[in-house]
Design a protein around this ligand. Structure first.
Ligand code: SF4
Length: 486
């Protein structure tokens, strides 16, 4: 599908072989630059805009014009300062060696390339984008989106000599964005589906990605057929294509080596490569668990799988979920703790597509350990939830806090309830009484039942405080954290 629009809404400019005379600076030193709301000229996408997208598609050479930048809809200087607007970015590429498998990796580069632009902050990917442009660079001359199109063309051509032709379309026109949106969803679904047909056991090599090391220096994504990258935009096929076309680039093969634990997903080859690429910070990665030595997260994850000690279960939340989740914390509260390239047992940055994997948190119980998830995600991946679990997992519509969650799980006889019983039964009589007392009591959000806290678990409790459990044998009847009144 090609973008269609009213020709009266179009503006076209061309980029030649020479570097354009940009009004703003461009370079890696601008990566990580943040644009806060009071400093922004405008923002595109983000949580307040339901439809937005960025996508890379391969085309036949005759279908596109090299160096062409198209703008559809109002330009930057026609948008009200401080406003939020929809945006679509379509990048079309052609070249003899530009395979379809490269689309995902090239698409992920939009994030990096726009962050190289002075005064521009780009977050997320695919249908989740959020871009801010600061007032300073706008006043300096970045007052047209055409400049961003030109910057993208120039950066792609510098980084990927295999691209023979590239054409960039930016659109702020809601009608155009809306029309193309279902097609973009189809393209991403087809990309993800292809990877679903392979299993980790079927391949000799996994792939790594260190694109995010500029802001999470110890983070290495391990991309396997059954574990798509946590940003959700690079599958095993994408990473393989990228490593072939750019062997010195951020994607590289990881020979699996010996499988040390097929349930947790621990491989000697993964440990070796991750240890080397994280400069010794991460010694072991267990691919299919949230506990002990989980996969690290940079900050680009689409969602978080987070542990709820009160019920010994795992809940899910996605980036666009507004307001507090079932444990009282928002996505942003937990994202801060989940990111940074460290291993955070109990907090796992994940792609939504990973929920469809047959190895989804398999060492932790998979779907039988999931106790809560947002309605939007439940609807999106509903067909991948095992039928016997579909009605047992509540959303924000049924359950709003841990107290309600516990009651729901008990009433539905959710599989995690058996785990509570096991813990209780394994205790000596006097401790059993204490655990039962806690289990029977109305459970407040701040109550942690004894003896079911996994090793290494750390819990953000708001206000900048984190509780870390290391080699802990907790015998307290309960822990209550209270905010002191001033
Ligand atoms: S999240 Fe992982 S796969 Fe995605 S760009 Fe970053 S390092 Fe690469």
């Amino acid at each position: 599908m090609h973008l269609e629009c009213d020709p009266n809404k179009l503006r076209i400019e061309m980029v030649g072989a020479e570097k354009p005379n940009f009004p703003m600076d461009i370079g890696e030193m601008y990566e990580g630059e943040r644009v806060r709301r009071p400093d922004m000229q405008v923002e595109f996408g983000g949580p307040d805009i339901p439809k937005k997208w960025e996508i890379v598609l391969t085309r036949k050479s005759e279908e596109i014009e090299d160096g062409k930048v198209i703008l559809i809809g109002p330009d930057l200087n026609e948008l009200k300062q401080g406003g939020s607007y929809p945006l679509g970015i379509l990048i079309e590429v052609a070249g003899e060696k530009v395979e379809k498998d490269l689309e995902g990796v090239l698409e992920r580069r939009i994030h990096y390339f726009l962050n190289y632009v002075e005064g521009v902050m780009h977050l997320n990917q695919r249908y989740d984008i959020w871009i801010r442009i600061n007032k300073k660079v706008y006043q300096k001359g970045l007052n047209s989106l055409i400049w961003l199109g030109k910057a993208l063309i120039w950066l792609y051509k510098q980084s990927f000599p295999v691209i023979e032709k590239i054409q960039v379309t930016l659109t702020t026109d809601p009608e155009t964005i809306e029309k193309f949106y279902p097609y973009a969803l189809e393209v991403w679904a087809a990309r993800d589906k292809r990877a679903r047909e392979l299993r980790d056991e079927d391949v000799e090599e996994f792939y790594g990605c260190v694109m995010c090391q500029s802001f999470a220096p110890t983070h290495v994504c391990v991309i396997t057929p059954n574990r798509i990258a946590s940003c959700g935009s690079i599958s095993w096929f994408d990473a393989r294509a990228a490593s072939r076309v750019d062997p010195k680039g951020p994607n590289f093969p990881i020979p699996k080596g010996q499988c040390l634990d097929p349930i947790k997903g621990i491989y000697s080859g993964v440990n070796e490569v991750v240890s080397k690429r994280s400069l010794g910070s991460i010694k072991q990665v267990a691919l299919y668990t949230s506990f002990e030595t989980p996969h690290t997260s940079c900050g680009c994850f689409e969602g978080i799988a987070f542990y709820i000690p009160e019920v010994d279960g795992i809940a899910l939340v996605h980036r666009d979920f507004k307001g507090p989740t079932v444990n009282g914390l928002t996505f942003s509260n937990m994202a801060e703790h989940t990111s940074g390239g460290t291993q955070n047992p109990g907090f796992n940055g994940i792609a939504i597509e990973y929920l469809r994997s047959p190895k989804f948190l398999q060492a932790d119980g998979g779907w039988e350990r999931i106790v809560w998830m947002p309605k939007a995600i439940k609807e999106r991946v509903g067909d991948s939830i095992p039928p016997h679990m579909r009605d047992l997992i509540p959303t924000e519509q049924e359950v709003k806090n841990v107290e309600e969650l516990k009651a729901w799980l008990q009433a539905k006889n959710h599989p995690v309830v058996k785990r509570w019983k096991q813990v209780t039964e394994e205790k000596p009589p006097e401790e059993k009484a204490k655990v039962e007392a806690v289990a029977e009591a109305p459970v407040a959000a701040e109550v942690v039942p004894a003896a079911i806290v996994p090793e290494g678990l750390s819990v953000p409790v708001g206000g900048g405080f984190i509780i870390i459990f290391k080699n802990a044998k907790i015998i307290a009847e309960k822990v209550i954290i209270k905010r002191l009144e001033k």
